[in-house]
Ligand binder design. Structure first.
Ligand code: KIV
Length: 276
């Protein structure tokens, strides 16, 4: 057992979906970050992060692939289980990998694996109106769902690259409708990736569930970044929305503390991290 787990004070109870909904209503920014192992999970927990995502970004930052497409269920279960062992307070979301929710039955059995074997409290899947039946099936089995729309990296080969989405008014209006439809189908959180700031604001106001953004502007209810990006250890070019919090920090813990503080005081994201 990790030492930090024994030392928890009773006044910091674990974050639940109810906590996150309350934070939306009270306009307290939700800080989220990815993690892939128990040691970093403990470190981000100690920094006061509210939500941890075991993202399929592990395909890129851990496994060295150029996309998230090769990540398998076994890969993500392994990492989710490790992260769950290192966490006490943050709410744990785990990604459903590419093609692990192509049918309703597949989605149900794979989501059950993520919760039972991986320790996830919520599963995340990519896609909008095409996923409504899967979202309904998961929701009717009390599986909490985060619906990821905007730039959906699992579709990179279909959409032709990692590009900002929702820039024209038709695409923007469809995305607002998509978010509403996902909420109606049972999604508990909406995650927006790489969209214009104004659209991020409109979607956040259009739904009652918490909205987490990555490159979606400052108006979303929370912010998420890939841990290795803020620690400046991701190879190659990083997206515009990334901020290197290692600059000026003495160690990784201080960098994550600075990220959490910046989300909480809304100094992150700044205009240079956002899209028009
Ligand atoms: O896989 C991941 O890390 C993600 C975040 C970028 C939101 O989906």
């Amino acid at each position: 057992m990790y030492k930090h787990l024994e030392n928890r004070a009773r006044e910091t109870p674990p974050v639940t979906l109810t906590t996150l909904q309350k934070m939306k209503v009270e306009r307290e920014p939700i800080s989220c970050i990815t993690a892939y192992d128990a040691s970093f999970a403990a470190l981000v927990d100690n920094a006061g992060v509210d939500v941890v995502l075991v993202g399929d970004s592990l395909g890129m930052v851990i496994q060295g692939h150029s996309t998230t497409v090769p990540v398998t269920m076994d890969d993500i279960v392994y990492h989710s289980r490790a992260v769950a062992r290192g966490l006490y307070r943050p709410f744990l979301i785990t990604d459903m990998p590419f093609m692990s929710y192509a049918t309703r039955d597949q989605a149900l059995s794979n989501a059950a694996r993520l919760m039972q074997e991986g320790g996830a409290k919520m599963v995340k899947l990519e896609g909008g109106v095409n996923q409504l039946n899967v979202v309904r099936a998961l929701a009717s089995n009390d599986i909490p769902i985060c619906a990821h729309i905007g730039l959906t990296p699992q579709s990179v080969h279909k959409i032709g690259g990692f590009r900002v989405q929702g820039r024209d008014s038709n695409a923007a209006n469809s995305m607002i409708e998509e978010a509403r439809a996902l909420e109606d189908a049972g999604a508990d959180i909406v995650l927006l990736e790489c969209i214009p700031t104004e659209l991020g604001r409109q979607i956040t106001e259009a739904v009652e569930v918490p909205v987490i953004g990555i490159g979606a502007g400052p108006s979303t209810d929370g912010q998420i970044l890939v841990l290795y990006d803020i620690l400046d250890i991701t190879l190659g070019r990083t997206p515009r929305f990334v901020q290197n919090y290692m600059e000026g920090a003495a160690n990784c813990a201080e960098a994550v503390n600075r990220y959490v503080a910046a989300v909480k005081d809304r100094s992150y994201p700044a205009p240079e991290h956002c899209f028009e």
